[in-house]
Design a binder for this molecule. Structure first.
Ligand SMILES: C[S@@+](CC[C@H](N)C(=O)[O-])C[C@H]1O[C@@H](n2cnc3c(N)ncnc32)[C@H](O)[C@@H]1O
Length: 220
């Protein structure tokens, strides 16, 4: 297999992601390789993000390889985010990125029939808003698609984040499976088990010698 050309086609260089993961800071940065790996593994074509920042640059780096697009929303203006987070500068040039300087509830209201393979929630930390975000986005998540929610085990905010997440799932009426990565404030991994009009995950990753595996709903 030819080596991947990493420097010219990537929003964030591999070394930058790695340095962020290894940094002393322990927040979403520790999950950057997870974000990259999940977006790449799903061969994500459409990703939605509540709260833009370093995570946007990481996701766009994976989407350069999968050919997908990222839709992000944030209350902060893009130029202010870029001033604070230099790794976003290159991302602003990417045709793969749609940034909405709008509250999540306004963006959700205008989503119409869009379907996503992957969603990252790292936006509002108010439980009512989290519940509204989760209830609003789950109908747009493809079957076997993943919703990642940060801070569900954060020492101060974790309980409210979990309450918002569970309320959002309940309101959506969708059947999901779930776990959480128990470090760096916790990253919930919620998998959509229900078939939905939004379609189903289509990843090409399987052994070349066998037919593609069909995802099976959990619990088995
Ligand atoms: C923890 S920071 C985002 C971090 C980002 N994922 C990163 O990797 O740097 C949370 C962001 O969510 C945004 N935010 C909070 N409430 C929001 C809402 N209701 N709609 C959209 N963005 C929101 C804030 O402006 C803030 O920039």
């Amino acid at each position: 297999m030819p080596p991947l050309v990493l420097r010219e086609t990537h929003i964030m260089q591999i070394e930058q992601i790695h340095a962020a993961v290894l940094a002393a800071e322990s927040s979403l940065n520790k999950h950057y390789w997870t974000l990259f790996s999940i977006a790449y593994g799903l061969q994500a074509q459409a990703v939605f993000e509540f709260g833009a920042g370093g995570s946007s640059a990481v996701l766009l780096t994976a989407l350069e390889l999968t050919g997908g697009t990222l839709m992000s929303c944030d209350l902060e203006r893009l130029q202010d985010l870029v001033a604070r987070i230099p790794s976003l500068r290159e991302a602003t040039q990417s045709s793969r990125w749609v940034f909405h300087h709008e509250p999540s509830q306004d963006v959700l209201r205008n989503l119409r029939g869009q379907a996503f393979d992957l969603v990252l929630h790292d936006g509002s930390h108010e439980p009512d808003q989290v519940a509204e975000d989760i209830a609003g986005i789950l109908p747009h998540l493809k079957q076997f698609g993943l919703l990642l929610v940060h801070d569900v085990e954060q020492f101060a905010l974790g309980e409210e984040m979990r309450r918002g997440l569970m309320e959002g799932i309940r309101r959506s009426g969708r059947r999901v499976s779930m776990t959480s990565l128990p470090y760096s404030d916790g990253l919930a991994i919620v998998r959509m088990e229900d078939a939905c009009v939004a379609g189903r995950i289509q990843t090409t990753w399987s052994k070349a010698t066998t037919r593609p595996a069909a995802p099976a709903a959990i619990p088995w």
